[in-house]
Write a protein that binds this ligand. Structure first.
Ligand code: F6P
Length: 509
């Protein structure tokens, strides 16, 4: 049987390809049509996709593809707590943690959140003595989201000094030790599975550091954040300090669960709830809006225009705001671990490229490092700019004005192109233009906005996966390397000559 999506892809591939200049010239209402705002109470976020090549043909074609891919039914399954991760037979219930999902899942999530709130409030009230520092050990989804959120939201006066440590390289943990007083430090061990070697090794070393530094009851200062509480009990954590979350919450979607403990510790419980509420606003928008008006789906249409139809191999994200400096790193896991696949959800070879390589940085720094390639290189790189109208600093407003001006100028320059040579003839000074970008303009970067930004990207990633027919919720690609590392440790396995020689040099294996 032929894939019902094949005809839709075929139609899309045969559409005319106007330039951005032609698209703007043809439609004076283009900006309004391709911009949309999500309101978050006191603030909101504007999503301007007008500088992408989306036009009536592409929008209608992708809406046809969404229909052929049964997008609405898949979205119902996602919010209905049904299996959307067929290879592991699991639901993906991160939105239930924000109050949007199947009733019983939301109820269960609320009960677990109440437990987390009680512990966070008790610690803030001194139940575990003086707590100035928190070392949070975790990796991948158990670290990237918390680290991003703490860095974005708790820069000025954190209620607790949080250090997220992920790498097994002991230098990372030693850095945290240098910054923390063991007597006033708590240790959060964050691992969905509670088996990940990096996290468990770091946890054991952090506990030993506390012991060696005369902390009277080190294990009494450990909080476990996991979907497998019984494993934390086995590891020696008292049940009262274990904050569980549901198995149906994937690692890279887990910052909304107890994995977000360090966020709540740093910004306080009310702000943590505001973070969840901001995400819930995007959940509602994504669940209740159809077709091109659905901003997450519209973003997926543009992403697939470039990745599939125009064969762009990467996409770049530049945060013009120091508070979002870790956003590109966070997105790399969300997008590449979710959609970096070669087979469909049915196990068949995919019919085109899947996730592009996500990369990026902060503006304006990146302008002076990598933007040369964006403007004049041979690769097509669709760019997202993310910025905030309100500044994150209290210096002369000139700083923020220059920051935003540069952000908008880059999008304009990529699109318009131009000629910088005196006589107009120097090829080295030509800018071809017609290079696409999207701009996400936040009123401010507060907890609700960050929640909304993350949820927007979660749903954008899911929407792309559905349109490509792949399962975004498994990640078997990380397993083979882990197994080989274990094999090396266990010994007795013969590797290729290069690996064998490297192991010999390092006296390993
Ligand atoms: O190796 C990849 C991965 O499984 C991620 O998906 C996950 O976020 C990370 O490892 C950490 O896993 P855990 O939370 O179980 O320690």
């Amino acid at each position: 049987m032929t894939d019902p999506r094949a005809a839709a892809w075929n139609d899309l591939a045969n559409l005319p390809v106007p330039t951005l200049a032609e698209l703007f010239a043809a439609d004076p209402e283009r900006v309004e049509k391709l911009s949309g705002r999500i309101e978050l109470g006191e603030t909101g976020v504007l999503f301007d996709w007008s500088k992408t090549h989306l036009d009536e043909g592409l929008l209608a074609g992708f809406e046809g593809l969404a229909e052929a891919a049964d997008f609405a039914a898949m979205r119902d399954k996602l919010f209905g707590g049904e299996v959307v991760n067929p290879t592991e037979g699991r639901a993906a219930e991160h939105s239930a943690l924000r109050g949007v999902g199947r009733d019983d899942s939301v109820e269960e999530a609320n009960a677990l959140r109440d437990r987390m709130e009680a512990l966070v409030r008790a610690i803030h009230d001194g139940a575990l003595g003086e707590v100035k520092h928190l070392i949070h050990v975790g990796i991948g989804g158990s670290a990237l989201g918390p680290s991003l959120a703490v860095d974005a939201l708790a820069r000025d006066f954190p209620l607790c000094d949080v250090h997220v440590v992920s790498n097994i390289d002991g230098q990372a943990l030693e850095e945290a030790f240098k910054a923390c007083d063991p007597q006033t430090t708590l240790l959060a061990v964050a691992s969905k599975t509670f088996t990940t070697i990096e996290t468990m090794t770091n946890a054991a070393s952090a506990l030993a550091w506390m012991e060696q530094n005369g902390v009277s009851d080190p294990s009494g200062r450990v909080i476990a954040l996991t979907a497998y509480p019984e494993k934390a009990v086995e590891w020696g954590v008292d049940e009262t300090r274990i904050l569980p979350f549901a198995e149906s919450v994937g690692g890279r979607y887990s910052l909304w669960s107890s994995i977000g403990f360090p966020i709540a510790m740093a910004i306080g419980w009310e702000e943590f709830e505001s973070f969840l509420d901001g995400a819930a606003k995007v959940d509602e928008h994504f669940r209740d809006t159809d077709g091109r008006d659905n901003l997450c789906l519209r973003a997926a249409f543009a992403d697939l225009t470039y990745a599939r139809l125009r064969k762009a191999e990467t996409r770049a994200v530049f945060a013009y705001d120091e508070r979002l400096g870790q956003f590109p790193d966070y997105l790399q896991q969300l997008e590449m671990e979710s959609n970096g696949k070669s087979v469909t959800a049915e196990g068949l070879p995919v019919d085109g490229p899947t996730a592009p390589i996500t990369w990026g940085g902060v503006g304006t720094d990146a302008q002076h490092a990598v933007f040369q390639l964006l403007h004049q290189g041979t690769h097509l790189v669709p760019v997202d700019f993310i910025a905030s109208i309100a500044p994150g600093d209290s210096l002369d407003p000139a700083h923020h004005a220059i920051l935003l001006t540069n952000c908008f100028a880059q999008g304009a320059a990529l699109m318009a192109g131009g000629n910088m040579s005196a006589d107009g003839k120097d090829p080295a000074r030509q800018f071809p233009g017609n290079r696409p970008s999207a701009t996400i303009l936040c009123d401010d970067i507060d907890a609700a906005t960050l929640g909304a930004l993350i949820a927007f990207h979660e749903h954008r990633t899911f929407a792309s996966a559905v349109l490509m027919g792949i399962n975004p919720f498994d990640q078997f690609g990380v397993e083979l390397g882990k197994k080989m590392a274990k094999d090396i440790e266990a010994g007795g396995v013969v590797f290729d000559p290069s690996t064998t020689a490297l192991l010999e040099k390092a006296e390993l294996g």
